[in-house]
Design a protein around this ligand. Structure first.
Ligand SMILES: [Zn+2]
Length: 415
């Protein structure tokens, strides 16, 4: 199984927007950019929404059938580990092995020695075309990097082999992710991580490092864009080297867990992958949920009332809802509108406040982030919420499609 050069991860909390998401991707394909759809959903999200992986599989299959999509498509068991992967195995053909929690764990002495010996075969330093400074291979550096990442990659090997024992070789896509940590991984870290992945014989087709900067949920990138560009470019070059020299799959590419809507860095990544003719995988998740709330607001009447209820309830439970996302949201309480204020809003005002159009006078990133984490409120509304999604499917789906195509794919692929 080989993932296409460009692929796009669409998360869908309530599994109702598969067709709208696929319509957006098909639009890009019609313009000549082949983008493979991947439906990703994490274990954490399933637990919060009380959904099951089989629903994501059904959603993807149904969307593909309804729209007559004949290309490849995948269902991604996103951010899984050995304790929860079994729940996904039958329904997924893409697995994101999340080993961030193992970074910094101690390794067996023999494992470290084997890693050091394997790297020493590369010589005292490795020059990578396009990167000025060579990568130095010394005992000190190797021991240091093994102390940080070896236990994590060994764990990824365990998860990979477990999945392989059930699904069989070549029957699924493997991603290794370490993005949900505070400290970014540098391109030099990436070099050694890829060496470990190759030594562990994990046929990774995508790798998701923690990039420099803040990837807050649902809002734009915050950080040093020039530094991001430099590291992203070096990561691309390191991957190219690793593919040619470590025997990793030829289509191995970066996976950017965007937390949705990193519009500032989209053109930066677009330029670099074009420059080197490389692939890219971008994952989004909450952006579709936010478009559902926008769509309901636009629909007006009872649907607008439901959108207002979601905000009001989320405001009252702010601490509880934000807690699992503490590291990836920055909400300025003083800029959150009051319940009374929002009660007086019409459809347009609500939608414009929530819709991610930087520079729009009504756009409020604090409001947007709070609703981003407020999907638990909608989950608790149960069929009342999904019933509204079905009743106003045309308007909501239109918002979802427009968002993925106009704001994401157009920026990423220069459409
Ligand atoms: Zn992630």
């Amino acid at each position: 199984m080989e993932l296409g050069k460009y692929s796009f991860g669409v998360g869908d909390r309530f599994s109702h927007e598969g067709e709208a998401q696929l319509r957006a991707l098909m639009k890009a394909n019609a313009k000549g950019i082949e983008v493979t759809p991947v439906w990703n959903k994490s274990n954490r999200e399933h637990n919060i929404v009380h959904s099951e992986p089989v629903e994501t599989r059904k959603e993807a299959d149904a969307a593909v059938k309804a729209l007559g999509w004949t290309g490849g498509y995948y269902v991604d068991a996103d951010h899984i580990n050995l304790t929860n992967v079994d729940r996904f195995i039958a329904y997924s053909n893409f697995f994101t092995l999340d080993v961030a929690a193992y970074i910094g764990n101690p390794s067996e002495v023999a494992d470290v020695a084997a890693f050091v010996a394997s790297c020493k075969k590369l010589g005292a330093k490795v020059s990578i075309p396009g990167i000025e400074a060579p990568i130095i291979i010394s005992d000190e550096i190797l021991n240091n990097v093994a102390g940080k990442y070896l236990a994590a990659i060994k764990e990824a090997g365990k998860i990979y082999r477990h999945i392989e024992s059930v699904k069989g070789k070549n029957n699924f896509i493997t991603e290794v992710s370490m993005d949900e940590v505070e400290a970014p991984q540098t391109p030099v870290d990436m070099f050694f991580i890829l060496k470990m992945i190759a030594d562990e014989k994990i046929p990774a087709q995508t790798i998701a490092p923690k990039f420099t900067g803040r990837f807050n949920k649902g809002v734009d990138y915050v950080g040093d864009v020039a530094q991001f560009a430099k590291e992203f470019e070096q990561d691309v070059l390191v991957i190219d080297y690793a593919v040619k020299n470590f025997g990793l799959p030829e289509n191995l590419k970066l996976s950017v867990h965007s937390g949705s809507d990193k519009f500032t860095i989209y053109p930066v990544m677009a330029e670099i992958i074009k420059k080197y003719d490389k692939g890219l995988h971008v994952k989004t998740a909450g952006t579709t949920w936010l478009e559902e709330v926008i769509g309901l607001a636009v629909a007006g009447g009872e649907a607008l009332e439901a959108a207002k209820h979601i905000y009001t309830a989320a405001l009252g439970r702010k601490e509880e809802l934000c807690a699992p996302y503490a590291d990836v949201i920055d909400i300025d309480d003083a800029k959150l509108p009051s319940v009374k204020e929002v009660a007086g809003w019409n459809s347009e005002k609500f939608a414009n406040t929530l819709r991610h159009i930087p520079g729009h006078p009504d756009y409020n990133s604090n409001f947007r982030q709070l609703i981003h984490v407020g999907y638990k409120v909608a989950a608790e509304m149960g069929e009342k919420y999904t019933g509204l999604l079905e009743k106003y499917a045309e308007i909501v789906g239109g918002c979802v499609e427009e968002n993925i195509y106009d704001r994401h794919l157009k920026r990423l692929f220069n459409l």
